[in-house]
Ligand binder design. Structure first.
Ligand code: DP6
Length: 356
C-alpha cells in the first residue's frame, strides 16, 4: 500500500463529464518481468507516440447506494468482454481513490488505430481512463498540482497495465528505480527531462503491420514466464545497464549508440520469449526479412534507421525526422510487401496525453 497516493473520501458527490486522449508508447528499454502489484523487475524507457491514441470519455453520476458500477462502450457499442480487466483495475485502484464508491461511470472509448492491427491498446486505454479519473479527483480536490496530477495518473495507469504508466507524459518517459535518475520510481513514470537531445523529440516511428491478428501469448502471460526463467536475473541486469548507457546517449544525440542499444533490447526481449518454459516465438518470417532489409539499407546509405519490436510480430522503424523522405521511399519500395495487406502506420514522438 502506498499511502501517499490515497485521497480523502469525504467530498460531496457531484455529476461530472470529462474526456482525455492518451497516446500509445514504444519502449526502447523493455519492461518484461514484474512482481505484484505491477512492479517492474527492471526500469524501462519509452518514446511517447503522437497519432496512435485512445480517446476516452467518462460520465460520473452520483450513486446514492454507495455501490460502484460502470458500463463500458468501445467504439459506440456496449462491450462486456472488457469487464474482467476493468473490474480488476478498479479493485486495485479503489483504495487510492475511495470517492469512486459514490459513483456510477459510463465509460466510452475509441482508438485512432485500426481495430485489429496487432497494436496493443492497453497502454493508451489505461492511461486515458486514469486521466479521466484524476480529472474527477481534481474537481473534488482542486488544490491538486499538475505534477501530482500526472504522477498519480501514471500510478493508477500502471495498476491497469504496467506500460500504461509511460503513456501520460512525453516525449520520453522513464519508469522504474534506476541508477541515473534519482526521482525514478517503480510506482509511476516520469519525463526524461529538459536535457533530452532535440533530435529525439521529433523522432519518427513507422509501424509495419506484419501480423494484424491477436497475439498467441499475451504480455501478461509473457511477464509470468519470467518467474523461474533461466536467464531472468541476467536479463534484468542487462536492462539496467542498457538504460544507464542509453540515458547519456539520448542527451548527446549519439545515433550509433542509440541504434545499438535499441536493437539489442528488442532482440533480447524476444530471446526471453524463445527461452522461457513453455517457449514461444512472436516474430514471423516477414519480421526477420524486414530486419535484414533494414540492416542492409543502413549499411548502404548510412541513414540512421533502426528497428524495435513490442510483444508481437510488428516492426517499429525509428529514424530522425530529417530522413523521413528517404525512409518513406524505402518503406514503400522494399518493406511494404512484407506487411499484411501492405499496411503500415506513420507515427512520431509526441508530447503526452491531453484533455479534449
Ligand atoms: C513488450 O504493459 O502490456 O511492450 O503490465 O501485464 O499489462 P502488463 O503488460 P504490458 O507489457 C508491455 C511489454 C512490452 C515492453 C514494454 O512496453 O516495456
Amino acid at each position: 500500500m502506498n499511502s501517499s497516493f490515497i485521497s480523502s473520501a469525504d467530498q460531496v458527490a457531484v455529476s461530472f463529464t470529462t474526456k482525455w486522449q492518451a497516446p500509445s508508447n514504444i519502449a526502447l528499454v523493455k519492461y518484461w518481468g514484474k512482481t505484484e502489484p505491477q512492479l517492474p523487475k527492471n526500469p524501462s524507457l519509452s518514446f511517447t507516440l503522437s497519432s496512435s491514441v485512445t480517446t476516452t470519455e467518462v460520465v460520473f453520476s452520483p450513486n446514492n447506494q454507495g455501490i460502484f458500477e460502470f458500463e463500458f462502450y468501445f467504439e459506440g457499442t456496449l462491450k462486456a468482454d472488457f469487464n474482467p480487466k476493468l473490474n480488476s483495475f478498479f479493485d486495485r485502484i479503489k483504495t487510492y481513490i475511495p470517492w469512486l464508491n459514490s459513483y456510477t461511470l459510463r465509460i466510452s472509448s475509441q482508438n485512432s488505430f485500426p481495430h485489429s492491427s496487432g497494436i496493443a491498446s492497453s497502454a493508451s486505454a489505461m492511461a486515458a481512463l486514469s486521466l479521466c479519473l484524476m480529472d474527477m479527483e481534481r474537481k473534488l480536490i482542486p488544490e491538486t498540482s499538475t505534477e501530482d496530477f500526472c504522477k498519480k495518473a501514471s500510478f493508477l495507469a500502471r495498476l491497469g497495465s504496467g506500460s500504461a504508466a509511460r503513456s501520460v507524459e512525453g516525449p520520453v518517459t522513464l519508469w522504474g528505480k534506476n541508477s541515473i535518475q534519482k526521482s525514478g520510481s517503480d510506482l509511476y513514470a516520469t519525463p526524461f527531462g529538459a536535457d533530452l537531445n532535440p533530435i529525439f523529440s521529433s523522432f519518427q516511428d513507422t509501424i509495419l503491420l506484419v501480423d494484424k491478428g491477436t497475439k498467441a501469448v499475451s504480455s501478461t502471460q509473457g511477464h509470468q514466464l519470467m518467474h523461474n526463467h533461466p536467464f531472468a536475473a541476467q536479463r534484468f541486469i542487462q536492462a539496467r545497464h542498457d538504460l544507464a548507457n542509453l540515458v547519456p546517449i539520448m542527451k548527446l544525440g549519439d545515433l550509433d549508440g542509440f541504434m545499438r542499444i535499441v536493437e539489442t533490447e528488442a532482440l533480447s526481449l524476444h530471446a526471453m520469449m524463445m527461452t522461457s518454459n513453455p517457449y514461444f516465438i512472436l516474430m514471423q518470417p516477414n519480421t526477420l526479412e524486414i530486419i535484414q532489409k533494414v540492416w542492409e539499407y543502413r549499411k548502404e546509405t548510412q541513414i540512421p534507421l533502426c528497428f524495435t519490436l513490442d510483444a508481437g510480430a510488428n516492426i517499429h522503424l525509428l529514424y530522425p525526422k530529417q530522413n523521413s523522405e528517404a525512409v518513406g521511399t524505402f518503406i514503400k519500395a522494399d518493406l511494404a510487401a512484407y506487411c499484411e495487406q501492405g499496411q503500415y502506420l506513420f507515427d512520431e514522438v509526441g508530447t503526452g496525453a491531453k484533455k479534449v
